[in-house]
Design a protein around this ligand. Sequence first.
Ligand SMILES: Cc1cc2nc3c(=O)[nH]c(=O)nc-3n(C[C@H](O)[C@H](O)[C@H](O)COP(=O)(O)OP(=O)(O)OC[C@H]3O[C@@H](n4cnc5c(N)ncnc54)[C@H](O)[C@@H]3O)c2cc1C
Ligand SMILES: NC(=O)c1ccc[n+]([C@@H]2O[C@H](COP(=O)([O-])OP(=O)(O)OC[C@H]3O[C@@H](n4cnc5c(N)ncnc54)[C@H](OP(=O)(O)O)[C@@H]3O)[C@@H](O)[C@H]2O)c1
Length: 282
Amino acid sequence: MTEQKPVTESTAQKVPALPDAQTVTEVKHYTDRLFSFKCTRPASLRFRSGEFVMIGLMGGPDPKTGKQKPLLRAYSIASPSWDEEMEFYSIKVQDGPLTSKLQHIQPGDEVILRPKPVGTLVHDALIPGKRIWFFATGTGFAPFASLLREPQTYQDYDEVIITHTCREAGELTYGRDLIEALKDDELLNEVIGEDFWKKIKYYPTTTREESAKMGRITDLIRSGEAYADLDVEPLNPESDRAMICGNLAFNLELKEMLEEAGLEEGANSKPAQYVVEKAFLD
Ligand SMILES: Cc1cc2nc3c(=O)[nH]c(=O)nc-3n(C[C@H](O)[C@H](O)[C@H](O)COP(=O)(O)OP(=O)(O)OC[C@H]3O[C@@H](n4cnc5c(N)ncnc54)[C@H](O)[C@@H]3O)c2cc1C
Ligand SMILES: NC(=O)c1ccc[n+]([C@@H]2O[C@H](COP(=O)([O-])OP(=O)(O)OC[C@H]3O[C@@H](n4cnc5c(N)ncnc54)[C@H](OP(=O)(O)O)[C@@H]3O)[C@@H](O)[C@H]2O)c1
């Protein structure tokens, strides 16, 4: 007969209440529409900076069966591949099935995280170049929050240009804070060297509220104003690589502009000069 040990608090294994549960460790709110949070990382999860996963919460009981199903949505991982924790940057859609609830999470709560990372905004989908452009609108900044903290970005490129277009100035805060904090990033300073941050050119713009730079990045590039402000040469297929993440119209417009400049779209299976991913479905 096997000896039965009494289950005490110290011997009992904590059973996650949710499938693929991870514990929330930090939550920050930026505006009434934007917040970020961190959670624990599944021990077995490996991902490439720039990829996305499905995350969510348990949905309410089905009115017929009473059964609860996970309510999952695609989310770019905002933290870099080497980080011990996972970070996400999220919209709050007041009547959104997931984010109407997700916006209320607190440290200690559990979220569901399916450990199957995928996506095209990865270095592997680009051929070598000298300069990389990250073009974002709204929460489309999230994959670049990961890639800006990824050493490979600075190993592969001499110059890293990040543009972020939002409606209002407060929507730029998450990105601005992250870029300011990069200067003190221990890993990047150690691996790339103290001057690594000088490779970064940050170009935030707003379209519906006064800020230092107004206008859509597409218009600012077309007019040549963005090149003049950044003091850089126009896009060219020899040296430039690009990643795009924003709303559908933005993605399509920039895609057309890059193609006109002579850049070709890449994919994991066929690396080329630029890649694109939607920041949300619409
Ligand atoms: C590949 C991919 C990656 C994504 N990564 C992120 C991410 O990192 N952060 C994030 O907040 N969302 C991201 N999304 C969107 C996300 O999957 C959900 O749509 C979002 O969390 C809202 O979920 P919901 O259930 O509350 O509302 P949904 O029913 O999913 O959306 C309701 C409506 O809200 C609007 N909306 C949804 N998401 C956004 C958004 N991010 N910004 C502005 N408007 C939006 C759209 O008009 C949409 O029709 C991503 C989507 C895709 C396809
Ligand atoms: N942001 C808000 O304050 C707010 C408030 C309430 C509801 N919403 C709703 O939430 C949804 C998403 O809003 P969002 O502001 O997060 O994202 P969004 O509508 O995708 O806009 C983000 C930024 O992208 C710009 N943009 C849009 N199309 C573009 C294009 N083709 N080329 C270049 N830039 C382009 C916008 O400029 P323009 O301003 O010129 O379009 C804006 O600066 C929308 O359905 C909106 O109605 C937003």
